[in-house]
Write a protein that binds this ligand. Structure first.
Ligand SMILES: Cc1ncc(COP(=O)(O)O)c(C=O)c1O
Length: 389
């Protein structure tokens, strides 16, 4: 074809899940019932008051036009109150908070706002694949840093210090961590802030899992002076069962927020007002909401542990977030092969850890976003079609 796409897209592959979902769809078209335990897409609804607010606001006149680029004050105030109440962090709602359409878009906006071509960016391995693909799209030079089970999946600062950091501008971190489930600690955040300050590196903490299987949500801004060198992303996708609504936020000092806004305001024209009002309602929910959400995930987790036990996989029982991450047995050839076999024989899809980087090669990940019935059915299918064969 005469018209070729930009070179930058040859650097990024189709998102693994979009390819896998196609494969699963094809199997389903052949009449095979496939259970997908791959994706972290909350299956339960938002709080009824949130839905009520959306309906009410949608039927009001005057709520259907373009909205401001910086989000309505109600939503910015709600984010600031949420941070004050649950993270013990003070944010100026007018200047230090910017609502986003999900935290994922923030990864692109931050990268566009801060990275020049060939600037270096530290990306975790294993890690959320978007950090790597966005770094490639903005033509930055990616430097991966390993997360090791022995260090509880925290960065190895001694190793990092030995790297040539002179051209490193930004570092992606994500605690509670996806895919490993490692939780945040204040000590870790302290080290990250000190590392960022010492080397003039922007530390970006992607924090969408702070409320899932975790009673003590932490923000990197708990560390004194963190706003000078850090940015934090957060989201309602997981914490409020609102993944499809696309509501998130970025927080930092006013100057950094302005840089990000310069990018974002050239990309979209504000968020649907009823959605913002309903999101503000969600952010005002009491702690009992999170307890209720987690109650179900704790029960599901027991069933996922059973699957992992059946597959002889080893895992830490203190993981946070929406997944269970487990090490495959030594004799198993690879996580991809194990995942393919489970899909082929038991018709259950489990994510191989290799999609999160080479350090994930010996791991698999199961999502907690399926009902207990579906998880029980998965246990039966794996038992009958994989283990008893
Ligand atoms: C680590 C991480 N960051 C960001 C996101 C994106 O979340 P959102 O729905 O807020 O865009 C996800 C979603 O799965 C994630 O796992």
């Amino acid at each position: 074809m005469a018209i070729q796409p930009a070179n930058r897209i040859s650097e990024v592959k189709e998102y693994y899940f979009s390819k896998k979902l196609r494969e699963i769809d094809e199997m389903r078209q052949q009449g095979i019932q496939v259970i997908n335990l791959g994706i972290g897409n909350p299956d339960r609804p938002p709080h009824p008051e949130v839905l009520k607010e959306l309906n009410k606001a949608s039927s009001e006149k005057g709520n259907h036009g373009y909205q401001s680029y910086i989000g309505i004050p109600e939503l910015r105030n709600a984010f600031a109150s949420w941070y004050r109440q649950y993270f013990e962090v003070a944010l100026d709602p007018a200047k230090e908070v910017l609502p986003l359409m999900g935290s994922k878009e923030g990864i692109m906006h931050i990268s566009m706002a801060f990275l020049n071509k060939d600037d270096k960016v530290l990306v975790p391995n294993p890690g959320y694949p978007t950090y790597a693909s966005v770094s490639k799209l903005v033509e930055a030079e990616m430097v991966t840093y390993d997360l090791e089970e022995e260090l509880n999946w925290q960065p190895d600062f001694e190793k990092l210090e030995k790297l040539d950091l002179s051209k490193v501008k930004l570092m992606w971190v994500n605690y509670p961590n996806m895919p490993t489930g490692a939780n945040a600690t204040l000590e870790l955040f302290e080290k990250l802030v000190a590392f960022g300050k010492k080397h003039n590196i922007l530390i970006c903490n992607d924090n969408p899992y702070s409320f899932i299987l975790n009673d003590n949500p932490l923000s990197i801004f708990r560390i004194e002076g963190a706003k000078d060198t850090c940015i934090e992303l957060n989201s309602l996708s997981k914490s409020h069962n609102m993944a499809g609504w696309r509501v998130g936020m970025v927080a930092s000092n006013p100057e950094f927020i302005q840089y990000i806004l310069r990018v974002k305001s050239n990309m979209d024209s504000g968020m649907f007002k009823p959605l913002q009002l309903a999101a503000a309602k969600a952010l005002g929910l009491k702690k009992s909401w999170y307890d209720e959400v987690n109650k179900e995930y704790y029960q599901r987790r027991e069933l996922v542990w059973k699957i992992m036990d059946m597959l002889d996989c080893k895992y830490d029982k203190n993981q946070s977030g929406m997944f269970i991450w487990a090490r495959i047995p030594e004799q198993t050839e690879s996580a991809e092969r194990l995942s393919d076999q489970i899909l082929k024989h038991a018709h259950v899809f489990i994510t191989p850890g290799s999609i999160f980087g080479q350090k994930g090669q010996r791991y698999i990940r199961i999502s907690l976003c399926s009902t207990q019935d579906v998880l029980k059915e998965s246990i039966e299918k794996i038992k009958q079609n994989l283990l008893l064969k």
